[in-house]
Ligand binder design. Structure first.
Ligand SMILES: [Fe+2]
Ligand SMILES: [Fe+2]
Length: 262
């Protein structure tokens, strides 16, 4: 049971042959002469720039998509789903938990900020601080498996260790409330005692999650953490090449179908 999530597999080189082929086909048809990368730089530099043409791949099913038409769709996807775009949506999820009373002295937003603040002040690495910031963004939507929400959203960008911590954190949290809740099944986290990431998850919950319900604790503002989240999201998807499990390896192999200009 403990080895399922991140069992290492021999690394295969990430291939992006299909998209490359498609991009070459696009160049041949002048679509790429719009130079979306250049256009995006002009937009972000503050100078007035003509917005690039909105591209749409002309196919009604993926079976009939040609390299040229598919490359148009990929280009438009890359222009749209940029790091700032993903950042805005992710932080939006965090902000959506603000002000919703779920029985604690702090709402989930302040709990998450406090968790991240504690991690930062403890000297945790940046990725762990980000994981602390986002660890409960799915709790209102998927209360009984909420760790899987940020784990999945961040999976391509964070280490397998932090992916495992996010996935399992609510199980480890139960250690602290099992008496108060009168849980019949106790010490559930012990089922994972031999897992290589047990200690990491135990430390995360002990130091950053379970104490982060204190209204008198001085939280840092959300803005303090935004550049950290941006840097995590800017990492190459599935950068942890030596630790890709079967599903991540397969997704890394097809990741070239979802390009980004960031
Ligand atoms: Fe949680
Ligand atoms: Fe939490």
């Amino acid at each position: 049971m403990a080895k399922a999530a991140t069992a290492p597999k021999p690394m295969k080189v990430m291939k992006q042959k299909a998209p490359m082929k498609a991009m070459k086909a696009m160049k041949a048809t002048k679509v790429m002469k719009k130079a979306p990368m250049k256009a995006m730089k002009k937009v972000t530099s503050g100078r007035k720039a003509k917005a690039p043409e909105v591209l749409t791949g002309n196919f009604k099913s993926l079976k009939e998509a040609t390299p040229v038409e598919f490359a148009k769709a990929m280009t438009q996807f890359g222009r749209t789903v940029t790091v700032p775009f993903k950042l805005q949506r992710l932080i939006g999820l965090l902000k959506s938990t603000k002000g919703i009373k779920i029985g604690n002295t702090l709402d989930l937003y302040d709990h998450c900020i406090q968790s991240a603040t504690r991690a930062l002040r403890d000297g945790a690495d940046e990725e762990t601080v980000v994981v602390a910031l986002l660890h409960d963004i799915g709790e209102l939507d998927a209360p009984n498996n909420h760790g899987e929400v940020p784990a999945s959203l961040l999976r391509p960008y964070i280490s397998p260790k932090n992916y495992w911590v996010l996935q399992h954190h609510e199980i480890f949290q139960a250690f602290y409330f099992q008496d108060a809740a009168g849980l019949e099944v106790r010490d559930t986290r012990e089922r994972f005692r031999d897992h290589k990431y047990f200690k990491a998850c135990e430390d995360f919950c002990e130091k950053y999650d379970q104490p982060a319900f204190d209204p008198d604790y001085k939280n840092l503002p959300l803005e303090h953490f935004i550049p950290m989240v941006e840097r995590v999201l800017s990492k190459k998807a599935y950068w942890f090449k030596d630790e890709l499990d079967e599903i991540s390896q397969a997704k890394a192999d097809v990741a070239g179908g979802y390009p980004s200009y960031d």
